[in-house]
Write a protein that binds this ligand. Structure first.
Ligand code: KMH
Ligand code: ZN
Length: 276
């Protein structure tokens, strides 16, 4: 079995310092959380950015500032900026980080409820995002919140509207209003992906560690972080993203699976070695 790739989603667009004071907003806070999460075992960082007051933004220059600052400290880490942004943002706004030519970026695979909001990903939006990623040579991480999202993106890949094999999927399970985080649902998603693909599971809220524990022996990869969950255990808030990553590393150790470095993750994901 390949080594386990752990992704840390360190700030997201929705979670706030009111919910957990350790959620990073400023560039300095982002670098500190990124560094500690990477040192704990995260080969990948999923990046959203905030203004200093916590407002989510997809501003290209804020992404540049944050990603350059992280890159300075972590020369090997894989960064996957978000093109999802926050619910309600326009497609043009959301696409800005792709102008920085990251090696990967998220591509959300369909519209869904997102708590009380609608996370809007129409077919024309997804075609535009796929076109941009083809043009800018960006490997998408295909975010699937519902089973229909997976079917949609596989059809688009067949038509050449989005980058094709080898595809990397992230099954985001447990968002309020979307597919629940159960082992049964996860297994169903995994069964549907083409051979040669790689996949990650993100369990939201209390689904975070059960989904990690399910994915590790299945050969899948795991995302954790404040974007998805702020608790280390029932009623116990994590003091950092690193604590969430450390818990996944402990689970992997108990289950006998080694954790991948960023260089190993780059190979597993068929990314080119980083130019330095
Ligand atoms: N913030 C969510 C509405 C992504 O990063 O591509 C969407 C999201 C997905 O976080
Ligand atoms: Zn995200």
């Amino acid at each position: 079995m390949e080594k386990l790739i752990i992704t840390a989603a360190i700030c997201g667009a929705e979670v706030t310092k009111e919910q957990n004071p350790a959620v990073p907003y400023t560039v300095e806070e982002m670098v500190k959380e990124a560094k500690a999460a990477h040192e704990a075992g995260a080969a990948i960082l999923h990046i959203h950015v905030r203004k200093d007051d916590g407002t989510p933004t997809q501003d290209r220059e804020r992404f540049r500032e944050v990603m350059d600052a992280i890159r300075k400290e972590l020369p090997d880490v894989i960064m996957i900026p978000s093109t999802g942004g926050a619910a309600g943002m326009s497609p043009e706004e959301r696409l800005q980080p792709t102008e920085l030519f990251p090696e990967m970026a998220t591509l959300d695979c369909g519209t869904c409820n997102f708590g009380d909001d609608i996370f809007d990903n129409t077919m024309p939006t997804m075609r535009a995002f796929g076109k941009r990623m083809l043009e800018n040579n960006i490997k998408p991480e295909y975010e699937c919140f519902e089973l229909g999202h997976l079917d949609t993106i596989l059809t688009m890949a067949k038509k050449g509207e989005v980058p094709g094999a080898p595809m990397q999927f992230n099954f985001v399970l447990g968002v309020n209003g979307c597919t629940p985080a159960t082992a049964e649902n996860l297994a169903f998603f995994v069964k549907k992906i083409p051979a040669g693909s790689t996949w990650t599971v993100t369990g939201v809220g209390r689904g975070a560690f059960p989904m990690a524990a399910a994915a590790i022996p299945m050969g899948g990869n795991v995302r954790v972080g404040f974007e998805d969950n702020i608790y280390l255990g029932k009623g116990h808030k994590a003091a950092s993203n690193a604590e969430l990553v450390e818990k996944v590393v402990r689970l992997a150790k108990e289950l006998g699976r080694e954790v991948a470095t960023s260089a190993e993750a780059r190979e597993i994901l068929s990314l080119k070695p980083l130019k330095k």
